[in-house]
Design a protein around this ligand. Structure first.
Ligand code: TPP
Ligand code: MG
Length: 577
């Protein structure tokens, strides 16, 4: 077999059924091989490698199955850098394959040569430059093992063209050689579990702080059981959303910078913080020395490097989270003193400071559009992808998630342009599910070319475009911290008054660009909506449309995401209005 066939057959052997791949000179043998295996692997052609990388992530985030993206050398490879960095930050098991120039010219600035392994060294879990075709089958085995075990992450395989063409007799069962990588013993010990159970027994104001690790570790059911057994309330990070049903009475919703008032108050007053699969990110903690400083911290994570990284834990446990929670559930008892008083206090906070917005606004505010969509689709349990910005935070606040893996957000890297391709990949993985990209106009434009993929590859995703004509989140910071001085956050023509913050209406008089026209040009269904009275009907049309659909919703740009704890500040600085 040649190297290209060995690689593709290895993918098949690892259960890969879809690959997102964009060809070029240095990856042509791989694409030729993909046509041979087309009965077993579907190749989806994105319209930009970044779109392909995010589509692969959407596939993985929604299904839990490892995904694969591929690009040619040079510019193709560098276009994958952002999705790889994104996957690293959010611990997504992604295999990125790049074509490379022939081994004889590596290092000569050959046509379309970039040292992509060097470029990606700090943003992969591991990376390979293959220099011998006899290593290839083993390397692919290792790549899948590394990407999916322990703390998941992206693995890059850079494959020179001559290795793709070289012939050998492959050994698909070649043993892996990974000295120093031993994840199998990361399991909480019985005495550690007993310690946690004892801490829970003594607690009066406990809170569970659950993150993406609970989803990655497939531990939602165990988390639910623990919360129900003990009546301990649960707040989640942005990455943890959907790991615990947000409509449950014990749900405190998201915490952190744009988290709920009640979650932030509860964490601040907690005497026991149970941190599961989280990394004490600065968007969660604010000023880290002040975060959760009134209580003991239990931190369970599979990655030893997370323990005591940002915040010291009183009970640090390196463990697979599902194993740890399952063990804990066997022995745990509810707090001895009862939690009635604590949960009553939390209920009072929920009543006095719920997520809220101007319900009487005559037009459509983004929060309303998201709430309506959430209500209308509740029974369908749709998969929701988002871009980055205000619309992302409002989606996190106002959409109800009841099933794990239904929330896809570029969280750690915060990459605009994530939403549409991620939704596209999720739709490829879940053809029978409703998949919606709730997007901002700035973010949507960054990977809008993927509408072509959605149409041509028959991936009918829905786009709820919350179009405020601005880079809303940056604009909000201008409003709050820079006296509303507009510094390149308006997305229309530069001679419009909004460009310098001097618009007089609630929206620019002329809107730009014509997203409905663009969407139709790609072959999507599309509609523009401005009146509140029309929203329900427009959402219905979007959901029921047979094909990809863009609903361009005119929303005001004056709205701010609240509450807000400014960067590096504490719960005392929480802004409610
Ligand atoms: C690739 C990238 N560039 C820049 C930013 C910085 N940034 C964060 S949010 C934001 C505004 C996003 O605007 P839009 O997508 O319209 O969403 P909105 O906030 O208006 O809802 C920007 C520019 C980013 N997160 N990602
Ligand atoms: Mg916007």
């Amino acid at each position: 077999m040649n190297g290209a066939d060995i690689l593709i057959e290895s993918l098949v052997n690892h259960g890969v059924d879809i690959i997102f791949a964009y060809p070029g000179g240095a990856s042509m043998p791989l694409h030729q091989s993909l046509t041979k295996y087309k009965d077993r692997i579907r190749t989806i052609l994105p319209r930009h490698e970044q779109g392909g990388g995010f589509a692969a992530q959407g596939y993985t985030r929604s299904s839990g199955r490892v995904s694969v993206c591929m690009a040619t050398s040079g510019p193709g490879a560098t276009n994958l850098v952002t999705p790889i960095a994104d996957a690293k930050m959010d611990s997504i098991p992604l295999i990125a394959i790049t074509g490379q120039v022939g081994t004889s010219v590596i290092g000569t600035d050959a046509f379309q040569e970039t040292p992509i392994v060097e470029v990606c060294r700090g943003i992969t879990k591991h990376h390979y430059l293959v220099t011998d075709v006899n290593d290839l089958a083993r390397i692919v085995r290792e790549a899948f093992h590394l990407a999916t075990t322990g703390r998941p992450g992206p693995v890059l395989i850079d494959l020179p063209k001559d290795i793709q063409q070289a012939q050998t007799v492959p050994d698909f069962k070649a043993p892996m050689y990974l000295p120093g990588y031993h994840v199998e013993d990361r399991r909480a010990r019985p005495e550690q579990i007993a310690q946690v159970a004892a801490a829970i027994r003594r607690a009066r104001r406990p809170v569970i702080y659950a993150g993406g690790g609970v989803i990655a570790g497939d531990a939602s059911a165990e988390l639910f059981e623990l919360a129900k057994k003990t009546q301990i309330p649960v707040t989640t990070t942005l990455m943890g959303l959907s790991c615990f049903p947000t409509d449950d009475p014990l749900a405190l919703d998201m915490l952190g910078m744009h988290g709920s008032v009640y979650a932030n108050y509860a964490v601040n007053e907690a005497d026991l913080l149970l941190a599961f699969g989280v990394r004490f990110d600065d968007r969660v903690t604010g000023k880290v020395s002040e975060f959760a400083k009134h209580g003991k911290i239990v931190h369970i994570d599979i990655d030893p490097s997370e323990i005591n990284k940002n915040k010291e834990a009183h009970i640090p446990i390196i463990s697979d989270i599902r194993f740890a929670l399952a063990e804990l559930n066997k022995v745990v008892q509810p707090p001895e003193a009862g939690l009635d008083e604590w949960n009553a206090q939390i209920a009072a906070w929920k009543r006095s400071d719920p997520f809220t917005y101007d319900k009487d606004y005559p037009g459509i505010v983004p929060q309303y559009a998201i709430s309506e969509l959430s209500k209308m689709t509740r029974d369908l349990k749709p998969i929701v992808a988002v871009g980055v910005g205000q619309h992302q935070m409002w989606s996190a606040q106002y959409f109800d998630f009841t099933v794990p893996r239904t929330w896809l957000s570029s969280s750690g890297l915060g990459t605009m342009g994530f939403g549409l391709p991620a939704a596209m990949g999720a739709k490829a993985a879940n053809p029978d599910r409703l998949v919606i990209d709730i997007d901002g106009d700035g973010s949507f434009l960054m990977n809008i070319q993927e509408l072509a993929t959605c149409v041509c590859e028959k991936l009918p995703v829905k786009v709820l475009l919350l179009n405020n004509q601005h880079l809303g989140m940056v604009m909000q910071w201008e409003d709050r911290f820079h006296a509303s001085n507009r510094a390149h956050t308006y997305l229309g023509p530069i001679d419009n008054p909004e460009a310098i913050g001097k618009g007089d209406g609630i929206g620019p008089k002329k809107r730009y660009p014509d997203f409905v026209g663009i969407a139709r040009g790609f072959g999507c269904g599309a509609r523009y909506v401005k009146e509140k009275a029309d929203l329900h009907d427009a959402l219905r049309e979007m959901i029921d449309y047979d094909g990809p659909f863009v609903l361009d919703v005119e929303v005001p740009y004056q709205e701010h995401v609240l509450p807000m704890i400014p960067s590096g500040k504490t719960v005392k600085d929480l802004i409610k209005q």
